[in-house]
Every structure is written in C-alpha cells, then in structure tokens.
Design a protein around this ligand. Structure first.
Ligand SMILES: O=C(O)c1ccccc1N[C@@H]1O[C@H](COP(=O)(O)O)[C@@H](O)[C@H]1O
Length: 208
C-alpha cells in the first residue's frame, strides 16, 4: 500500500476511523482561518490515543515559533507541514523537527521553486494552488497531475489536492506518487469528516 495521510482531523471519531482503516499518517490543521482548525489545547486529547506507528503531522501556514512549539509539544507531533514559507524559514524549522513544505501548483512554472527546498526540508507536498490567498489548502482542488511526469523531484514527496477514493488510482498512475494526502475528499462538508469516506479512501489506497 502507498502511504496515506488523512488530514484535517478534529474529532476523536475521525481519528479513530483513520487509525482503524490503517492510515499511515494523520494531519491536524493549526490555522484559525481553516474550518478544520484545532487549538493547541485540543490536540493532546485528540492525538493521545494514536498508536506510535501512525505518524502525526501538524499543518501550519507561515507559523511563528510559539505556535509551532506549543502544537508540537501538546500533540507530540512527528512532523510539521508548512504552507507559504521560504526555504530559509523551512530550514530553520527543519533543524528542530521533520519538516514538509507544500508547493502550490497551478502551472509548470510553480514547480521551479521546488529545488530551492533541497537541504531545507525533509519532504515536499505538491498541492493545488488555491484562488483564495487566505486559505492556501484544503479546498478540494486538484492540479494537472501530468505536470509531475518526468519532474526531477529534489526530495521525497507526496501528492495532495482534490484527491478522493474515485480519482486516487488515476492520480497515482499518472504521477507515480508513493504518498498521498487527502482532506476534503473524505468529508461531507468543509471540516466535517465522513468516516465512510475515510474507510473508502484507505480501501482504495490498499488496492494500489
Ligand atoms: O485543510 C485546510 O483547511 C488547510 C488550511 C491551510 C493549509 C492547508 C490545508 N490543508 C491541506 O490542503 C491539502 C489538500 O487538501 P484537499 O484534500 O484538497 O482538501 C492537504 O495537504 C491538507 O493538509
């Protein structure tokens, strides 16, 4: 099975579904403008029951050190996923914790920044560029997966943006992704996770 991160979890039921159906990673969003925002005070109770083989990723948008420190400590996070950061900022964070950097993609030109994160991050996450600068992810948008064909990836990477159980096989076939990340595609409404969709996505991933 490919690695799967189920992202944007904010209830114990959805965390339990992701773990039970064998997600390899779970994600928690620490961004107040997101419908999936989790406060640092909530994360201990949500993340506490997660077994150690399931990696816990915190999702942040250009965060300050205080938020990062609080969330990492309270959630015992294994890695952070950073949106809208420079290579210099990513490198500073990566000295303290495993760091993933989201690359917002609409056209081939958007991939040009990827090599500048080599040595500054541990993983790249290719995500669709959103039309709304205030919310840089989690909108269920996909980009042209063919843009990744033949791309010389400078780091280990994951695919995200608009994935769901139906389009996952094609996304993996076109891009060759060995890790995928989903949020909206396992929801019934923005921020409302659907345990049946989580199960279906992970079932689809196990067929690959
Ligand atoms: O989920 C959010 O609300 C969010 C907010 C700010 C930055 C990133 C966010 N989510 C990430 O967006 C991608 C794709 O999500 P989707 O499947 O298209 O809904 C995913 O990496 C989430 O971690």
């Amino acid at each position: 099975m490919i690695d799967v991160k189920i992202c944007g979890l904010s209830t114990s039921e959805s965390v339990d579904a992701a773990v039970r159906h064998r997600a390899t990673h779970v994600g928690f969003v620490f961004f107040t403008k997101s419908p999936r925002n989790v406060a640092a005070a909530q994360i201990g109770a949500l993340a506490g029951p997660i077994p150690p083989h399931v990696r816990k990723i915190g999702v942040f948008v250009d965060p300050g050190d205080a938020l990062l420190d609080d969330a990492i400590r309270a959630g015992r996070l294994d890695a952070v996923q950073l949106h809208k950061v420079t290579p210099a900022r990513a490198a500073a964070v990566a000295k303290r914790v495993e760091t993933w950097v989201a690359i917002a993609v609409r056209t081939a030109a958007d991939l040009a920044i990827a090599p500048s994160f080599a040595g500054a991050a541990h993983r790249l996450l290719y995500d669709a560029k959103t039309p709304n600068d205030a919310l840089p992810g989690g909108m269920g948008l996909r980009f042209d997966w063919q843009l990744l064909q033949g791309f010389d990836h400078p780091l280990p990477w994951a695919l995200s943006g608009g994935l769901d159980a139906d389009n996952l096989p094609e996304a993996v076939r076109v891009t060759g992704a060995q890790m995928v990340d989903v949020s909206s595609g396992v929801e019934s409404a923005p921020g409302v996770k659907d345990v049946d969709k989580i199960a279906a996505f992970l079932h689809a991933a196990r067929q690959l």
